[in-house]
Design a protein around this ligand. Structure first.
Ligand SMILES: Cc1cc2nc3c(=O)[nH]c(=O)nc-3n(C[C@H](O)[C@H](O)[C@H](O)COP(=O)(O)OP(=O)(O)OC[C@H]3O[C@@H](n4cnc5c(N)ncnc54)[C@H](O)[C@@H]3O)c2cc1C
Length: 471
């Protein structure tokens, strides 16, 4: 904790800037990065482009005690607080203008208990790092579709990835966590200890405390049959793809990205720029069975490229471009069906976009994820059938309005009876959409728990759930 003396010193020494960086350097075990430091610009950069915020300080915490100290500092100074694990927040919630960034990216310890098939991972570990380390033992926990995403933010929102139908969401494999609450307490949470908090952090995002460590269940996922399959994007291919993916056994999780073919070397030049289905398929089982399950997808049309093959599970996260910071307008939603009419509407909208890249991503849900009771976790969209994310990537900031209008229009056209939203893909959409992420009784329960653990809403730079006491 920052003791009284330290906190007074902070105020006295450093006004009008509130913080004394040299004092912070002696108070914390972790790294202090401030404006003017060589590492500052890199440290305030987040995955998405177009976010250019200058925090007063970035504190790369070393352990839970450091986290408690940062929270004390934030309470005492009243400075805005951002929490960062992997830095992939869709809206840049992990960096704040003029405030404090609590950065967990130096907390990367990972302990795999092979015999008990569990792992304790610190919040700074990425999905790719975890998957590679667990994969060395033929084991896996399901995260998302991208290796560089942090397990911190991803897990706290739910976690929808390549094992979603076989093993459920990431939170369905969360066994326990260490949480530092707004008042600086370091709590162990699991199904029996602080069960309300354990319920809330499984989908409620960063609203309830800073999670420093997660304990996950591991599954045997040695070799899989999977990879990318490129098909021409016609109404028949898209609707049949979705029907096949829904009918497939739980071992298969499928993501279909409908987009203009990028100029990738393995795609024939004549398809570059034409709408294609870039599918990511993972059959979490043996190659022979996998080949049978993938057969109907290959038969939908002559594949433009077929990279589906037996592989080790970690290969599903290929190396990523180091300095890729796209600027995107996006919307997330759930739909019940993608039939020919919906597929045609998707193609028409994609064709009308003037963005550098426009994409409709369709993720088939169900399976293990849907077998968990709706009220078992703060993620409540267990019965949703298909998640859709539409996005326009652009590079000219002045084009923002045009692309935002396009995604809004597209999302309106796609809307069916499922009015829910997945919190981890929500943009800056505001109150109504946060409510959509937490329907019905989930919202009320989350607000009650928030009032207990964070009554002053210290953790508010997120998809915010205000405490029930109304602060
Ligand atoms: C390229 C890309 C691909 C994606 N793919 C998927 C996918 O396949 N499946 C999926 O489910 N999601 C996916 N997402 C969404 C992703 O899960 C969220 O953006 C998530 O918040 C990122 O986590 P992070 O730790 O990297 O982000 P950060 O920006 O570091 O964190 C985001 C927010 O989460 C909270 N938070 C993070 N860590 C902690 C912590 N330790 N304690 C308390 N609060 C914390 C904070 O409020 C923080 O601002 C993707 C995002 C991107 C950019």
């Amino acid at each position: 904790m920052v003791n009284k003396t330290n906190s007074q010193t902070l105020h006295q020494e450093s006004n009008p800037n509130i913080l004394s960086i040299s004092q912070l350097r002696s108070d914390f075990k972790g790294r202090i990065i401030a404006p003017g430091d060589a590492a500052y610009d890199q440290a305030r950069t987040v995955f998405y482009g177009g976010i250019d915020r200058r925090p007063a300080v970035i504190i790369r915490v070393k352990d839970a005690d450091d986290v408690a100290r940062v929270l004390s500092l934030a309470r005492e100074t009243g400075l805005p607080l951002a929490v960062r694990s992997g830095g992939h927040s869709v809206v840049g919630h992990c960096v704040t203008e003029g405030g404090i960034v609590l950065d967990l990216s130096d907390m990367r310890d990972l302990k795999i208990d092979v015999d008990n098939r569990t792992a304790w991972a610190e919040a700074g570990v990425t999905a790719g790092e975890y998957t590679t380390a667990a994969g060395a033992h033929g084991l896996a926990t399901g995260f998302g579709d991208t290796g560089s995403v942090g397990i911190g933010g991803l897990t706290l929102g739910g976690g929808v990835g390549y094992l979603v139908r076989k093993y459920g969401l990431t939170i369905d494999d969360l066994l326990a966590a260490e949480v530092v609450t707004a008042d600086g307490q370091i709590l162990h949470v699991d199904a029996d200890t602080n069960p309300d908090l354990f319920w809330a952090i499984r989908g409620g995002g960063g609203n309830f405390g800073v999670v420093t460590r997660f304990q996950f269940r591991l599954h045997v996922a040695d070799s899989i049959y999977g990879g990318m399959l490129f098909l021409p994007a016609t109404t028949d291919v898209i609707s049949s793809f979705m029907a096949e993916a829904e009918a497939a056994p739980d071992e298969l999780s499928a993501i279909a990205n409908i987009m203009a073919a990028p100029p990738m070397p393995f795609l024939p030049v004549e398809v570059h720029g034409k709408l294609i289905v870039m599918a990511m398929l993972v059959y979490a089982g043996g190659a022979e069975d996998g080949e049978q399950v993938i057969k109907p997808f290959r038969a939908l049309a002559t594949p433009i490229a077929d990279m589906v093959k037996p592989m080790q599970y970690p290969e599903i996260y290929p190396p990523e471009e180091g300095e890729y910071h796209p600027v995107a307008a996006s919307r997330t939603m759930f739909v019940n069906r993608v039939d020919r009419a919906v597929a045609e509407m998707i193609l028409n909208h994609l064709q009308s976009s003037t963005a550098m890249m426009a994409v409709a991503q369709l993720r088939v849900l169900g399976g293990a994820m849907a077998r968990v009771p709706v009220d078992a976790t703060a993620f409540a969209h267990r019965k949703s059938r298909i998640m859709v994310n539409v996005a326009a990537l652009y590079d000219q900031p002045e084009e923002k309005g045009k692309h935002e209008a396009w995604v809004t229009d597209f999302a309106e056209a796609l809307q069916q009876s499922d009015s829910g939203a997945y919190v981890n893909f929500l943009g800056d959409d505001g109150g109504e959409r946060i409510r959509a992420a937490y329907p019905g009784a989930t919202w009320d329960r989350l607000r009650e728990i928030k009032a207990r653990y964070d009554p002053t809403n210290l953790f508010r730079l997120n998809q915010n759930i205000p405490p029930a006491n109304g602060k």
